[in-house]
Write a protein that binds this ligand. Structure first.
Ligand SMILES: [Zn+2]
Length: 389
C-alpha cells in the first residue's frame, strides 16, 4: 500500500464544487469534482443532528486554529479520490461555506459564512487540512487503520502524528520524552503540564523547536537518526526558565515558554531581583492573572494588562463621578480634570458617566491602590492617552 501525506490542501480547495444533497442528507463532491465525499457505503451526515453542535464545533475549531484531526482519502485512480475518514468534518465545512447553517458569534448572535468579516472568511478558506492519501486494496487499507487505532482508544493529536511520521526520529523522541522512568521528568513537570506516556512532553518539545509547526518539523526529520536539535532546544528553554526564575510556582506550568524564550533569552536578568518581584506580585491582591506574572517581568514590568489588575467597581466610579461633577459645575469647568486644564472647546464640558473611564491617580505599578481615594474619572480620550504613556 502506498500512502502520501498532504498538508497543503486548503478548505477552499476542498469545498470547491461542494454539493449538498438535502434529500439524502449527504455531502457529495469536493476538490473541483475530483473528490467523492460520501461513497455509497458511508453513513449519512450526522453532524447536523443534535442541534448542529458538532458541525458548529468544526467551524469554531478552524476559526481558533485548532487542528480538526487527520483526514484519510482513498485514491481510486488518478482523477478520483474518496473520503475514507473525515466525511463528517468535510461536509460541515462545505455546508458552512454554502450558508447551510450558522455559528454563534462572540455575542451569541447567529453568524452566516457570507456575513462574516473578511479576515474570518479568509481564515477558513486558507486553513490547510492534514490529509493522508492511501492507495491500495481495501484489505490493505483496513489493516493499516487497525495499526493506528490501537484497540479503540482514540489517539490524541501527538499520538496520531507519531503514527503518521513513524520512524527513527519518533522512536528516539519517545525514548527521551515519553519515558516516565526518565529522571528529568520531574524537573520538566515544573514547566510543562501533561503526562509523558500520553506524549505531552514530546508534543511540547516539538512545539517549541518547530515554533508551532509540529507536523512540518516531524515530516522533515522523520528519517533522522538523532534528536540532537530537539533535545538541545528543549533543554535550553528549560535551563533558561529555571535560571531566570529560581522560584517554582504552579502557574509556571504552561506551553508558553518556547515563545518567551525566543523573545527574551538574549536579555539579562538578576535572579535575586526577579525572585523578589515574583514574590511581591504573588502577594498582591490586585493581581488577578498570576500566569501573566512571568511574561510581565520578562518584558520589564510594563505590560500591566498581562496581570489583569483589578479595576474600579461601578459603585466607586459612580461616587467619584458624582463628587467630581458637582465640584466642576460649581467652578464652571469640565468634570474631566485634564480637559479642564486645556484651552479648547472641552474646557467646560460636563461629560456623562458613560463618556468617562476610571483612572488610577497613582499608577498601580507605582504602588497606587484600587481604592476610591486613588480613583479619578477622565474622559475616554484622556484616559486612553494616559494609559499609553
Ligand atoms: Zn478629558
Amino acid at each position: 500500500m502506498k500512502t502520501i501525506l498532504k498538508s497543503n490542501i486548503t478548505v477552499k480547495e476542498i469545498c470547491d464544487g461542494f454539493v449538498y444533497n438535502e434529500l439524502e442528507g449527504k455531502g457529495l463532491f469536493g476538490l473541483s469534482g475530483k473528490l467523492t465525499i460520501q461513497p455509497e457505503y458511508q453513513r449519512n451526515y450526522i453532524y447536523a443532528s443534535d442541534g448542529g453542535k458538532k458541525e458548529m464545533a468544526v467551524i469554531e475549531s478552524v476559526l481558533k486554529g485548532y487542528p480538526i484531526g487527520l483526514i484519510y482519502f482513498n485514491k481510486v485512480n488518478d482523477s478520483n479520490l474518496e473520503v475514507l475518514d473525515g466525511q463528517q468534518r468535510i461536509t460541515s465545512l462545505g455546508r458552512f461555506v454554502n450558508d447551510k447553517f450558522a455559528i454563534k458569534d462572540e455575542n451569541g448572535m447567529p453568524q452566516n459564512f457570507s456575513g462574516m468579516a473578511k479576515d474570518k472568511k479568509a481564515k477558513i478558506w486558507e486553513t490547510k487540512l492534514l490529509i493522508y492519501e492511501c492507495e491500495g486494496t481495501e484489505s490493505e487499507i483496513k489493516e493499516w487503520f487497525k495499526t493506528i487505532n490501537i484497540a479503540g482508544v482514540p489517539l490524541n493529536n501527538q499520538e496520531l502524528l507519531n503514527a503518521v511520521y513513524s520512524g527513527p526520529f519518533v522512536t528516539l523522541g519517545k525514548e527521551e520524552f515519553s519515558n516516565s522512568q526518565n529522571a528529568n521528568i520531574q524537573k520538566w513537570s515544573a514547566y510543562v503540564s501533561g503526562s509523558a506516556n500520553r506524549q505531552e512532553f514530546l508534543e511540547c518539545a516539538l512545539d517549541w523547536v518547530s515554533k508551532g509547526n509540529v507536523g512540518d518539523y516531524m515530516s522533515r526529520h522523520r528519517f533522522d537518526k538523532n534528536i540532537n536539535e530537539l533535545k538541545k532546544y528543549f533543554n535550553s528553554v528549560i535551563d533558561w526558565v529555571s535560571s531566570v526564575f529560581t522560584d517554582v510556582e504552579s502557574e509556571m506550568r504552561g506551553p508558553e515558554w518556547g515563545r518567551l524564550y525566543e523573545e527574551y533569552h538574549k536579555k539579562s536578568y538578576n535572579p535575586t531581583k526577579v525572585s523578589a518581584e515574583v514574590q511581591k506580585l504573588y502577594a498582591d491582591p490586585y493581581v488577578k492573572n498570576r500566569k501573566g506574572i512571568f511574561e510581565y517581568i520578562l518584558g520589564g514590568s510594563v505590560e500591566t494588562k498581562l496581570l489583569e489588575v483589578r479595576v474600579f467597581d461601578e459603585a466607586t466610579k459612580k461616587s467619584v463621578y458624582k463628587e467630581q461633577t458637582t465640584k466642576a459645575e460649581k467652578k464652571k469647568e469640565s468634570n474631566c480634570p485634564l480637559c479642564a486644564l486645556g484651552h479648547d472647546a472641552n474646557k467646560e464640558k460636563i461629560w456623562g458617566l458613560n463618556d468617562m473611564d476610571a483612572d488610577h491617580v497613582t499608577a498601580w505599578s507605582k504602588g497606587g491602590k484600587t481604592i476610591s481615594k486613588n480613583c479619578q474619572m477622565l474622559c475616554k480620550t484622556h484616559n486612553r492617552a494616559k494609559g499609553n504613556r
